[in-house]
Design a protein around this ligand. Structure first.
Ligand SMILES: [Zn+2]
Ligand SMILES: [Zn+2]
Length: 263
């Protein structure tokens, strides 16, 4: 009770809105209010487990997703939503941000509730299949970098990641700084995101196709991925090419990279 009164007094005195107030409190040296995370500590831990590390963009993915879910009155997709593909998360990049989206929304590549548009933007749209109303959240990484990323971290990033130089201690220092910036992103105010109400054109539910056996390797293949060569069913692996999602995005006719040992 006492704490609430103090909090309100401070808001009044500094004429801050609640959101920027909470944000600023996290930057106070004492960091006593750090538990007022907008992204919870539990979610951050899940993200670390899934993504392997804490970084600014995985946290921004969590935060962007939570903003969109909240505005739609939704929570993370559970059993009913994932089985029925009732909630879709449409991402426009395949970087750390997208892992944050998968952890926060429960929409993943495997449950067909994650749609990947290869536009190369840090954006997520959460949409309800019921009415195709959605919220798109975009982040301007240039703006955020200037405002929140420490100069030291940017310098190290240039050295370690871009130029691939730097000793082991530089790597460690960078990963610590990166995680620190990531933690600060948990509280980033909504005003730092571009948030739009959108209408999404209907997207089909994942169809179920029968399987056809490849005439060369005898493995079963989804019917739509078989090609007929001289009347014989052949899979794309045996033909040596398939479309692929790699770091740079979707690559058409990517050379099948798996080389099997000769018997
Ligand atoms: Zn990351
Ligand atoms: Zn085959």
């Amino acid at each position: 009770m006492g704490k609430a009164i103090i909090t309100l007094t401070i808001i009044h005195e500094f004429k801050l809105d609640v959101e920027s107030f909470l944000f600023k409190m996290c930057y106070l040296p004492s960091r006593k209010v750090i538990r007022d995370f907008m992204v919870s500590q539990a979610l951050l831990e899940k993200a670390k487990e899934f993504h392997g590390h804490i970084c600014p963009f995985v946290v921004l993915g969590l935060r962007a997703s939570e903003i969109a879910l909240k505005k739609l009155g939704l929570t993370k997709a559970g059993e009913r939503e994932t089985v029925g593909e009732e909630i879709l998360a449409i991402v426009e990049c395949n970087n750390c941000f997208t892992d944050g989206v998968q952890v926060a929304t429960g929409c993943t590549l495997g449950n067909n509730s994650l749609i990947y548009l290869d536009t190369g933007k840090n954006a997520v749209t959460i949409v309800r299949r019921r009415d195709w109303r959605g919220i798109r959240v975009y982040i301007d990484s240039e703006k955020l970098r200037e405002k929140y990323f420490k100069k030291e971290a940017m310098k190290l990033f240039e050295k370690v990641v871009v130029k691939r130089e730097g000793a082991a201690e530089d790597h460690e220092k960078l990963s610590n700084l990166w995680a620190e910036i990531g933690r600060e992103m948990m509280n980033i105010p909504e005003s730092e995101f571009k948030i739009e109400e959108v209408k999404v054109k209907e997207i089909e539910r994942a169809p179920i196709f029968e399987s056809v056996r490849c005439g060369m390797c005898s493995e079963l293949v989804m019917k739509t991925r078989i090609e007929y060569v001289g009347g014989k069913a052949v899979c794309l692996a045996c033909l040596g090419k398939s479309n692929a999602v790699i770091g740079r995005g979707i690559v058409l006719n990517f050379e099948y990279p798996i080389v099997k040992k000769e018997n």
